[in-house]
Design a binder for this molecule. Sequence first.
Ligand code: 13P
Ligand code: 13P
Ligand code: MG
Ligand code: MG
Length: 366
Amino acid sequence: MKVTLSVIKADIGGWVGHSDSHPEVLAKAEEMMARAKKEGTLIDYHVTKCGDDAQLIMTHNHGEENELIHKLSWDTFLACTEVAKKLKLHGAGQDLLSDAFSGNVKGMGPGVAECEIEERGAESIIIFMADKTSSGAWNLPLYKIFADPFNTIGLVIAGNMHTGFAFEVHDVKEHKKVTFNCPEEIYDLLVFIGAPSRFCIKSVYHRDSGEIAAVSSTQKLSLMAGRYVGKDDPVCIVRAQGHFPAVGEVLEPFAHPFYVEGWMRGSHMGPLMPVSVPDATPSRFDGPPRVTSLGFQLAGGKLIGPKDMFDDISFENARAEANLMADIMRQHGPFEPHRLPLDEMEYTTMPQVVDKLKDRFEILED
Ligand code: 13P
Ligand code: 13P
Ligand code: MG
Ligand code: MG
């Protein structure tokens, strides 16, 4: 049976500041999703949050980039924004960059990860959601999951994965894409994905079967808006077990935090801390950046779950390590490498300040 999994998210208002989502906003999303399920538009859904981002996890039979599903998501975010405005939440409607829906939410602010799949006998799915970071944050974990045998032993000892995976990489600034076949092209792949502010892994495919293994949201809010409105706070869908990596291999890259861009004012590097959904409340210096993961088994498109995968004591060391990494970065205050490099700051809050001071600069004589 073919089924489409759509994860569409937006920041429609923070409670308090940018730290969390308000239950009334999520209740509105739940109400809209329940109606769509009752009317038959959706097979199933799950509403959740990661920090101040509302997450719509939906299954249906309409395929990817479907107008009905995108319109439903857009209308849900609009209805949630009304609630956010009534409560005077911070940045109500923050990620909704336009007032007119034009068939697809891509380019309008929300983040989108979708895949149409042939549901397997047992279809294990992990959905990652992040707050206070950017699209591209999935580059390192997706590389580890699908190309690094030190992370995924299945690449070595499971015959059905031994041929490897293909990575589709998007150049989000030049609007181009390229595919790398791994393992033989891992060095070429790393040249690009090691620069995650520009090159993002969009999707991963099982090379023998051609099946989609993972898909992420690569929408860049600042590029869409032409100014800083908030971070992209991306999502990612990963299929697990069978001829895909096991659930434990999918979660393993998060056992050690790595630095991502985002955090305060979207302008800093900070560790990505794996947390349970209730702990996805970035508060210290508006962070540190968080990642949650929900596991589901699909059964005829029904979402059997969620299982909160980082709600596990085995990730406690990672959280402690992230706090230590956060302390070390914070000591740099406004200095790089805590603050983002200059070319990235151009997409955040710095241009206004630079513009104000431009007449003060004098040409050096020698
Ligand atoms: P089970 O025997 O519990 O299914 O585990 C197999 C496996 O592959 C674990 O990664
Ligand atoms: P969000 O992108 O999560 O809204 O955070 C914006 C911000 O500026 C945090 O300091
Ligand atoms: Mg926000
Ligand atoms: Mg956010």
